[in-house]
Design a protein around this ligand. Structure first.
Ligand code: NAD
Ligand code: UDP
Length: 314
């Protein structure tokens, strides 16, 4: 049994990761300030004696003994949430990385950083390979998130080079699934919730921009495999589903799946919204023997079922 800390463990991805690690028989400490995470996401784990929830902000140091692994996920991920208090977002990314790396140094734990495809910004190399340095606006409204995550990667590499910390960096591409909040603001949850209520589906811009959508279970499998690789392999490694769709295609799929009467409405495209995004997953295939197994139609079906039930529970 390992003792594992998951920062951001009450969020969408974090709660699935905590569940997986508890099911594998580990002791899990979920560290979260409940900014975008909710206690209902981890309710099913609370009676387990090997699960601990600690309400803590990663901007401040956290001390504990005897850790084996740390997964650093604490950071709002949806544009509306990370732009709500941009300064707080950067502090969470940068000070959170410093505090979690400091903890890894003290306890000699291995530490994994949940980085993002946003480090590629509005990419001019397509699909995105890990060796691409990206095209990021340093002064725009997305910068608090993109640059915060880029700086975290730098910190991880420097702690590794200077202090021999065992690190892993993954770059997560758009991921969706149950436990996203209905008001999360990201495109899959927005469209599904809108379609289920027969409300207008909000397309930002023309809807020609693309994303590649990964189902949560595929990501969790890739994260755990990455943590378990030999110490020499630190990444960064892309984790995403390479099947690319335009936002209009996504809207059509959601309408078809839900049998919704929703109409499409077109809203202004937010500033710096990337035009295209698709992971090159050659490295993950080779090093993790991993590739996504759940296609968009099947994954959407699962999140549709979740939100249908969610409406009765809340
Ligand atoms: P989420 O908003 O559901 O989860 C983030 C969690 O971090 C929440 O529980 C929130 O309360 C917590 N948190 C935020 N600030 C904190 C702070 N200062 N101290 C302690 N906890 C704090 O988002 P998610 O989709 O689950 O994302 C999890 C991680 O994965 C994030 O780091 C995000 O950047 C990364 N990521 C996600 C995606 C995606 O598509 N979902 C893509 C790329 C990267
Ligand atoms: N988007 C949209 N309608 C929505 C929410 C998002 O058209 O209701 C678009 C958004 O402009 C972007 C894409 O969908 O082009 C993905 O947005 P999301 O916020 O999910 O992720 P990110 O932009 O961070 O990849």
């Amino acid at each position: 049994m390992k003792k594992i800390l998951v920062s951001g463990g009450a969020g969408f991805i974090g709660s699935h990761l905590c569940t997986r690690l508890i099911n594998e028989g580990h002791h899990v400490i979920c560290l979260d300030n409940l900014f975008t995470g909710v206690e209902t996401n981890i309710e099913h784990l609370k009676n387990n004696s090997h699960f601990e929830f600690v309400n803590h902000d990663v901007e401040f140091p956290y001390l504990i003994e005897g850790l084996d692994e740390i997964y650093n996920l604490a950071c709002p991920a949806s544009p509306i949430h990370y732009q709500y208090d941009a300064i707080k977002t950067i502090k969470t990314s940068v000070l959170g990385a410093i505090n979690m790396l400091g903890l890894a140094k003290k306890t000699n734990a291995k530490i994994l950083q949940a980085s993002t495809s946003e480090v590629y910004g509005d990419p001019v190399v397509h699909p995105q390979v890990e060796s691409y340095w990206g095209n990021v606006n340093p002064i725009g409204i997305r910068s608090c998130y993109d640059e915060g995550k880029r700086c975290s990667e730098t910190l991880f590499m420097d702690y590794h080079r200077q202090n021999n910390i065992r690190i892993k960096i993954i770059r997560i591409f758009n991921t969706y699934g149950p436990r996203m909040l209905p008001n999360d603001g990201r495109v899959v949850s927005n469209f599904v919730v809108q379609a289920l209520q027969n409300h207008d589906i909000t397309i930002y811009g023309t809807g020609d921009q693309t994303r590649s959508f990964q189902y949560i279970d595929d990501l969790i499998e890739g994260m755990v495999r990455m943590m378990n690789t030999e110490d020499e392999f630190i990444g960064p490694v892309n984790l995403g589903n390479p099947n690319e769709f335009s936002i209009l295609e996504l809207a059509e799929k959601v309408i078809q799946l839900t049998g919704s009467k929703s109409k499409l409405v077109f809203k202004p495209l937010p500033h710096d919204d990337p035009k295209q995004r698709q992971p090159d997953i050659t490295l993950a295939k080779e090093k993790l023997n991993w590739q996504p197994t759940i296609e968009l139609g099947d994954g959407l079906q699962k999140i549709v079922e979740y939100f249908k039930e969610y409406r009765y529970r809340n």
